[in-house]
Design a protein around this ligand. Structure first.
Ligand code: AMP
Length: 455
């Protein structure tokens, strides 16, 4: 299918063309016609599937018809869990709407109120907001939702996880009941279904791409680590590899992210930390630096990295495994974006076994285990006969080879990726650069974790 067949306005088609998109992704192909027909929609789609355009394009299309409502409030409201995601949506609106007259503004926590009040005092077409800050403005009657035509909830599951349920309900209640509501979520459980029941009106449902299909460009590897010290040695190995052109390293806590970034900086790497304790200006600067190649290694926590769209991230390294299995999918989705391929490396020690089990259950496949010669673990993970899907844990795959080519980027046939079957490509890692031993105080949480020592 082509974008032209979606009957989008010529100015939108021109912008899509300028973005270099040749065909709609599966979520776009399904969601755009339904949204343009005025239906409410629940779309289950992961990050990286092109879901942003799936709701931004119908919103822009609708703006071509003048509003019949009164007031200056937004015609479209996009709620999103994090500021980074909101900024990316704002950028997408700018790109896809560049041949139209569209007035959009972002209302986010961490931004000065004065500037937001100025923006909200003018007529606006699209507001992109995080729920907490929008509620402040709603409570103070600074935003008028009476002429709202479309309410879009992006990463709705994450908003609920972050405790925004009440805020989302309150915002929806302030909007006209005949509005159109589109809900995008990576996961669908009871709480989500209840939210949908409260806010949506006879919604159409779309489920795109099993979790596996969205990961198909990403080669996943598991490295078993004996302890924190072993993890540090593994990290040393990877950050010294020249094929790691741009990487995000995920740590469990903000303090760990700072400490790890500091250590890598002291070793001479172009590194920055990204976490929720940084103010928005610093977060934006860091992301821009990464986009421009000034930062090669970004040490981040989950909250800050949610929705991050930086092209050319070659590797995601889970220094610490995420607590929630769905965060694993979000994390590794930072690489392998827009048709590129990527590598996702996860370190796990025996203590992480439960998290690992949850992740493997969630993605429906065991993570293929790799070992680096000279950095073999002395202990294995808890032996398990089978995973939830009956797979035996893959033996270490170092030394095995596969020529499995990644399947089509946008295919949604749920096909098992090559990476998931122990068929991952094998990389000949260069010998790690040795750097002077530094011992730093371990400033992270968890009293029973040993001091971080970097070799
Ligand atoms: P998203 O899932 O919205 O975060 O999009 C993931 C990436 O896919 C972004 O970098 C988009 O620019 C890109 N993208 C979105 N739609 C298309 C398309 N139809 N063809 C190629 N790339 C796309």
């Amino acid at each position: 299918m082509s974008f032209a067949e979606l009957q989008l306005h010529p100015s939108i088609l021109k912008a899509i063309d300028a973005c270099g998109y040749t065909e709609p992704t599966p979520i776009q192909e399904k969601a755009i016609p339904m949204a343009m027909a005025g239906h409410d929609l629940i779309a289950t789609a992961q990050t990286g599937t092109g879901k942003t355009a799936a709701f931004v394009l119908p919103a822009l299309q609708r703006l071509n018809v003048p509003s019949t409502g009164t007031g200056r409030g937004p015609r479209m409201l996009i709620l999103t869990p994090t500021r980074e995601l909101a900024n990316q949506i704002t950028d997408s609106i700018r790109s896809y709407g560049k041949f139209m007259r569209v007035k959009s503004c972002a209302i986010l926590g961490g931004m000065p109120y004065r500037e937001q009040l100025r923006l909200l005092s003018q007529p606006v077409d699209i507001v992109i907001a995080t729920p907490g800050r929008l509620i402040d403005h709603l409570d103070n009657r600074r935003i008028d939702l009476r002429r709202l035509e479309m309410l879009i909830l992006d990463e709705a599951d994450r908003m609920l996880d972050m405790g925004f349920t009440e805020d989302v309900d309150k915002i929806a209640a302030a909007a006209p009941s005949n509005r159109q509501t589109l809900m995008f979520t990576a996961t669908m459980d009871n709480t989500m279904a209840q939210l949908a029941q409260r806010l949506l009106n006879s919604p159409e449902r779309i489920t795109i791409a099993g979790k596996k299909a969205t990961l198909e460009n990403i080669e996943q590897r598991l490295h078993v680590a004996d302890d924190l010290r072993h993890k540090n040695r593994l990290l040393q190995h990877f950050v010294s590899d020249i094929t790691v052109t741009k990487a995000i390293i995920f740590s469990a806590t903000k303090r760990d992210a700072d400490a790890l970034a500091q250590e890598l900086y002291e070793q001479g790497h172009k590194v920055a930390a990204l976490h929720g304790d940084m103010n928005q200006g610093a977060r934006n600067r860091t992301i821009t630096d990464m986009r421009r190649g000034k930062v090669r290694l970004l040490v981040a926590t989950d909250v800050a990295a949610r929705g991050l769209d930086v092209s050319g991230i070659s590797h995601v390294i889970n220094f610490d495994l995420p607590k929630f299995a769905e965060d694993y999918v979000h994390r590794i989705g930072r690489t392998g974006r827009a048709g590129a391929s990527g590598v996702a490396i996860s370190f796990a020690s025996l203590n992480d076994q439960n998290y690992l089990d949850k992740i493997e259950r969630f993605i429906g496949q065991p993570l293929p285990q790799h070992v680096i010669p000279g950095l073999e673990p002395t202990r294995g993970l808890r032996p398990k006969s089978t995973t939830s899907r009956g797979h035996k844990r893959g033996a270490p795959t170092a030394g095995r080879k596969s020529n499995a080519a990644p399947a089509s980027r946008w295919s949604d046939n749920g096909a098992e990726s090559g990476a998931g079957n122990g068929k991952s490509r094998i990389k000949k890692w260069g010998a790690p650069k040795t750097s002077k031993a530094v011992t730093v105080e371990y400033r992270g949480a968890g009293a029973n974790r040993p001091s971080r020592r970097v070799i």
